[in-house]
Design a binder for this molecule. Structure first.
Ligand SMILES: [Zn+2]
Length: 505
């Protein structure tokens, strides 16, 4: 017996050490089988409708080690021996995964509002492969290297898709060049600021002088400044503060408190500093991005003018401004409260026109949830309820469903939701199905309709506050790949959260 034991010992040691290597080689990485619902990391995706920068093609996309390594058109298949597994999606659309440059995941500090795990599971289920987290609504706000570090800690092993971070430009750091540089050196992809109160105490508003300073620093990093462009005007504030008899349940009254003139005032003021971003200007290299445009009248004209004058400026709008109009919002239904507000149907038509015409550059969710209690759904008080639309998981089917009547194409979807957002966030390896890029891919069926009700698998933390609940939508997400990992497939997520934090270098 003793001899036998000794004979087995080296073998046992070898077995133990290889098991050790297998499981403990890199404790920071989950094993591949947990990160992906697919057991292999070299495979092909085929479909008759693959959306590439060169158009929609029938082809096979080869994925290896998380990247797209080749794309073979259908007519060339016979010449190509495909080694590895093939997943055939038939007629389903294969698009670059969506990049949502404007999401509030509220983690750390207000994870009960959303949090990284539920937010990124919802993103994965909606075909979003990357999201850039806003610096506010978490607690603390991300306005320094220390607070960015808290974000990274909160995200560790808790994100199912890739997540990048905007830093906050606030009065406290705006004139402190080294503080801003430290935040950008630590990996913030750019900065975000407000020209009106943000509703969050540790995220005060900035004026044009702060923004000018911020742009000067950003210029050296070639990163953008995202701005919430509304400035309080007496007109709106007067309605809110001085009229006690105002029925706070009436949506029309909320609308009066934030008129288009607030957006116009902010954008005109922004343009006084936007000219710094022109070639030869003091902030050449910096870029201004106006978030969630709602006013499609003068505000949009001002932006067009700035673009034609050579300013480095882009603008996004959100699905809720394209899907809903003020006339349809029922009094007391605070699920629809956001800022700037959803305006009338004529404005909505003009937003679509601007989007289709290329004057609005991209889309974002501005997913901004809270706990149901703060939405005051019972009371229906539009003036006091939390402002923010909860939408993250639904943005692809919403854009598609409401856009079909305007003739939205698959290429446009990919441009608004992937290519341009990737550029804004400085992600050269994302945003397109192209050789060398990350294999961030969504497979979806544009023709399947579904009711967004309690039977539908929903992953955002508080579905009851979403304005989309109860809608009938078309466009079902079948599968979502993040860097080659199948992170979501028809109601199932990969067991481990293997998304990567994205830091600017
Ligand atoms: Zn926002």
């Amino acid at each position: 017996m003793e001899n036998l034991q000794w004979r087995f010992l080296p073998m046992l040691t070898l077995l133990a050490s290889s098991l050790f290597l297998l499981f403990f080689k890199d404790p920071s990485k989950s094993s591949h089988s947990e990160c992906s619902l697919l057991p292999y990391n070299h495979f092909w995706i085929t479909s008759k409708r693959i959306v590439t920068p060169q158009g929609v093609i029938s082809a096979a996309v080869e994925i290896k080690g998380g990247n797209i390594v080749s794309i073979v058109k259908e007519e060339d298949w016979h010449r190509n021996s495909k080694t590895g597994q093939v997943i055939d999606y038939g007629d389903a659309v294969i698009m670059p995964g969506l990049i949502d440059v404007h999401a509030h995941l509220d983690d750390p500090g207000r994870a009960e509002w959303e949090g990284f795990p539920s937010g990124t599971k919802a993103a994965a289920a909606g075909g979003i492969t990357t999201l850039i987290d806003m610096p506010l609504n978490s607690d603390p706000s991300t306005t320094s290297t220390e607070t960015l570090k808290l974000k990274l800690e909160a995200a560790e092993k808790r994100i199912y898709v890739d997540v990048g971070f905007w830093g906050g430009l606030v009065p406290e750091n705006a004139f402190n060049e080294s503080a801003l540089e430290a935040l950008l050196n630590a990996g913030a992809l750019g900065l975000k600021s407000f020209m009106c109160p943000s509703g969050i105490n540790d995220f005060p508003m900035t004026d044009a002088s702060h923004i000018k300073e911020g742009l000067a620093v950003l210029a050296r990093y070639k990163r953008p400044l995202l701005v919430h462009a509304e400035i309080q005007q007496d007109s709106g504030r007067h309605v809110e503060l001085e009229d006690d008899t105002l029925d706070s349940r009436l949506y029309s009254n909320y609308l009066k408190t934030r008129p288009p003139s607030w957006e116009q005032a902010a954008i005109s003021e922004l343009l006084t500093v936007a000219k710094d971003t022109r070639i030869g200007g003091p902030a050449e290299g910096a870029h201004l991005h106006i978030v969630h445009l709602s006013d499609a009248s003068s505000s949009l004209d001002l932006i067009k003018e700035a673009k034609s004058n050579g300013c480095s400026i882009t603008v996004e709008t959100c699905p809720h401004y394209l899907a809903f109009s003020a006339e349809e919002i029922k009094d007391g239904d605070t699920r629809f409260k956001c800022a700037p507000p959803i305006r009338d149907s004529a404005n909505k038509e003009k937003l679509w026109e601007a989007l289709m015409g290329g004057h609005i550059d991209m889309l974002s969710s501005d997913h901004s949830p809270t706990v149901p209690e703060l939405k005051l759904l019972d009371e229906g008080n539009f003036l006091k309820a939390w402002g923010g639309i909860s939408s993250l998981q639904f943005v692809l089917p919403v854009t598609w469903s409401y856009g079909r009547k305007y003739g939205v194409t698959l290429e446009q979807l990919a441009s608004w939701w992937s290519e341009r957002p990737a550029k804004l966030a400085g992600q050269a390896s994302k945003g397109a199905i192209a050789v060398g890029n990350h294999a961030d891919i969504v497979a979806w069926d544009p023709d399947t309709e579904f009711d967004l009700n309690d039977d539908h698998p929903i992953y955002i933390k508080h579905p009851s506050i979403s304005a989309y609940l109860g809608s009938r939508l078309s466009g079902k997400v079948l599968a979502t790949f993040v860097r080659g990992n199948l992170v979501y497939k028809e109601g199932n997520h990969a067991p481990a959260a293997c998304g990567s934090p994205i830091l600017a270098k």
